[in-house]
Design a protein around this ligand. Structure first.
Ligand code: GLU
Length: 476
């Protein structure tokens, strides 16, 4: 097997080569991540090439979607973005070099003839061979369009893949591949080989849907006398049910995950573990991922998309994220919450105060928004149904007595508030629930919230007392 650690004169150069489909698919994001990590691990470089030869699909919007997705995920690339389409002249030049070396030939078959040859080859259980591979150019009909075909080797092809192991194809399985179409435009496999060679790519990690292309591309490398890169064909991601990934399973663009409230580092960590393992370590910082990533850890069995695991990993990163940053990131997610205060300063200040606790209670930014709702609800609350249930007359009167007691407090710290609540329940000669439930209803209006003493400190003295006052009754 080819060694995947190169010497320092030949540092690792990887690339991500997406075709613009409209967004950065989750599978593409994982491919980009693996290539990025491999480069980082070895102090190498990671390049981005857009395979934009399909002109109808390669709109600026479709390209921007990929760039935006990578940027959001924090997968920065070296140098300029390379356009495959713009390199068509170079691809043709190499096709002509292969022609000159006799490794390619001009094929004058008409489309009908090709179809006939293909049917015949299929019936014989082999790939197409053009009769022109052995014909003399002098037999060529005048003024007839031709394609340039690769002269498929007569020997078997063996690809030493870093994930799949040694993969072998019989010579008859590969046809005389078209390199240049009759209009002179290059075909996919030629373009990929020429680009990867010219970019100095040493390692290609990509989905195993490209494994056969890996074989064909190796034939072209060999014919040109170019050193093959290391190939690592990674099994595609499957759905939780083991079936091919579809939208239903989470085959979405990276931006959809951003909009669902995942952090880029959370998604990165999740994608890292989706097809790569390092013992049973689940959580990785970027530094740890870079230090540990290797081709040997890529799994041969397809990984399954697991949103519960994504939530778990994201929740971990959320709990460790910076409070200021989370406060900014959660703001757009507050928009779905009804009847909330809109004053930007108060919103930020309350979020920031509560963030060290709130961030440990959520898996996504969306959930973080729901967890912070109690801070931002506009008072007075009009409580009905379940939310109003703890607030019977007795409870409202008790709130009045609690209000009086809390108003007399000199400080407003979490510990002393917790102590005060405990003592109040004792004075009232009731269990803590008889104090806690109505107080929680008054302070949060039934929204999810942490411990009551914490809630009171997060709201601040004035807001907390006002909320109690809104719900209490003075006719004790
Ligand atoms: N453009 C190809 C794709 O999006 C990737 C080709 C490659 O990585 O060699 O599937």
């Amino acid at each position: 097997m080819n060694s995947h650690v190169q010497n320092t004169n030949n540092p690792i150069r990887t690339r991500f080569a997406p075709s613009p489909t409209g967004f950065l698919h989750i599978g593409g994001a994982r491919t980009a991540l693996f290539n990025w990590l491999l480069a980082k691990r070895h102090g190498g470089q990671f390049f981005l090439r857009i395979e934009d030869t399909d002109r109808a699909r390669s709109t600026q919007d479709a390209i921007d979607a990929i760039l935006d997705g990578l940027t959001w995920l924090g997968l920065d690339w070296d140098g300029d973005v390379i356009s495959q389409f713009e390199r068509a002249g170079r691809h043709a030049e190499i096709a002509h070099e292969l022609l000159a070396k006799g490794q390619a030939f001009k094929c004058y078959c008409t489309p009908d003839e090709v179809q006939e040859l293909r049917d015949q080859a299929f019936a014989e259980g082999r790939a197409l061979r053009s009769p022109w591979r052995d014909r003399d150019a002098s037999e060529a009909p005048a003024d007839t369009p031709y394609t340039v075909r690769f002269r498929a080797p007569d020997s078997d092809m063996v690809l030493e893949d870093a994930v799949q192991g040694s993969v072998r194809w019989a010579a008859k399985e590969f046809d005389d591949l078209i390199l240049l179409r009759s209009d002179g435009t290059p075909t996919y496999n030629l373009a990929v080989v020429v680009d990867d060679h010219d970019m100095g790519i040493t390692h290609i990690v990509r989905g195993d849907d490209h494994l056969v292309n890996g074989g064909r591309q190796s034939q072209i490398y060999d014919a040109l006398g170019w050193e093959r890169p290391v190939f690592a064909h990674v099994p595609l991601i499957h759905g939780q049910d083991g079936k091919k990934l579809s939208k239903r399973h989470g085959d979405l663009g990276a931006e959809a995950y951003r909009d669902m409230g995942y952090l880029p580092e959370g998604l990165r960590n999740y994608l890292l573990r989706l097809g790569w393992s390092h013992g049973d370590q689940e959580i990785f910082t970027d530094e740890e991922a870079i230090a540990a990533f290797d081709l040997a850890g890529l799994n041969k069995a397809p990984a399954r998309m697991d949103l519960d695991k994504l939530n778990h990993i994201n929740g971990h990163h959320l709990a460790h994220a910076d409070d200021d940053r989370l406060t900014e990131l959660v703001l757009p997610f507050l928009d779905t919450l009804e009847d909330r205060i809109t004053d930007a300063d108060i919103t930020r200040q309350r979020l920031l105060t509560a963030m060290p606790v709130l961030k440990t209670r959520a898996a996504t930014l969306e959930e973080l928004a729901r967890q912070s709702y109690f801070l931002l609800k506009i008072r007075p609350f009009h409580l009905e149904g379940k939310a109003a249930k703890p607030l019977n007359d007795e409870a409202r009167q008790r709130l009045y007595r609690l209000f009086t007691r809390l108003s007399d407090l000199s400080g407003w710290a979490e510990e002393s508030l917790a102590e005060e609540l405990k003592q109040f329940a004792e004075t009232e000669e009731v269990g803590f629930g008889k104090v806690g439930q109505p107080l929680r209803a008054a302070l949060t209006g039934g929204a999810p919230a942490p411990d009551l003493a914490q809630v009171m400190t997060f709201l601040g003295r004035e807001e907390a007392l006002d909320r109690i006052k809104d719900q209490m009754s003075a006719d004790a």
